[in-house]
Write a protein of this length. Sequence first.
Length: 329
Amino acid sequence: MGTALFLVLFTTATAHAAGPPERSRPVKELIREAEAAVARLDIARARELWAEVYEIERSNVAMCTMGQLDARMGRWAEAMVELSQCVDQMPAPRTKQERSLYERRHADLARARTRVGEMVLVPAPGVVGMLVNGRGVKHGSSRVFVPPGQHEVTAVGEDGQVARTSVKVEAGESKPVPLTLDKPAPVDRAQGPERASGSPAPGPAAPKGPPQGAARPGPDLRVVVTGTMASVGLLVTGAVCLQSAQGFKQEATAAWKSADSGRAAGTALRPDYNEIIDTAATGKLMSVLGTGALVTGAAAGVATLVYVWLPNDTQIRVATHGAEIRFRW
């Protein structure tokens, strides 16, 4: 309630000092709503309403009030900007009440200054834009208030150069920040703007693709024949191994059945179980070898087809455990 009363007294004192024109009805409504927001301690809402007032009448009263409300919310960088403008535009006090208000605004500004750091941007010739922490700096401004800590300052040159620097500012500190740009290399008009980067002038561009009238080289016939033969050989080997595996499996199964039936009748000789086990193991090994041969043969066939159909400048890279194998044709 005391803050609301203070705002009213502040507005009245400024009105007597500068003699502003009568406020419009929308402005009066906004101020009344802002005072109600302060009374219920909704400082953020009051700040929004005073910003609307400032957009309408651009008064120093609104600017000072926004600075005070931002300070109450701990937004010291914003408060510093607003209170600086507030104090700069306050007229010299003529009454005791104006003197008290004048001194309080200076005290608010001094308190805000101890909570923020100040960067004084010193742009070099050719700088057309500046940003602090990604936010543009108003053209012509050189003093930027920021919270204490590390900040990124960016300068943009008229030729598109970009320079970045990191600046650490402490609370209450004012630090100059020179912004320089790398000078662009002079343009050789005889050679064109391509020489501006300082790189040597490129020679005539090489024609893309094979020369006109020259046939594009085809795949190496030796590679195709070797790949085809390897694929067919592996496929045949795999089929033979699988057929043999089936025979060993059938032989072992028959031996087991014969041994079981003879043992049940009590007339058969004691079977050689080691031989049966070896036969079954041989069948399993042949099955594994046959399957591997079929897979490898199929892969060789696919690789041969890929070699024949893909363009000659294609690269296939296979990286395994940090090693890289390149196949190029």
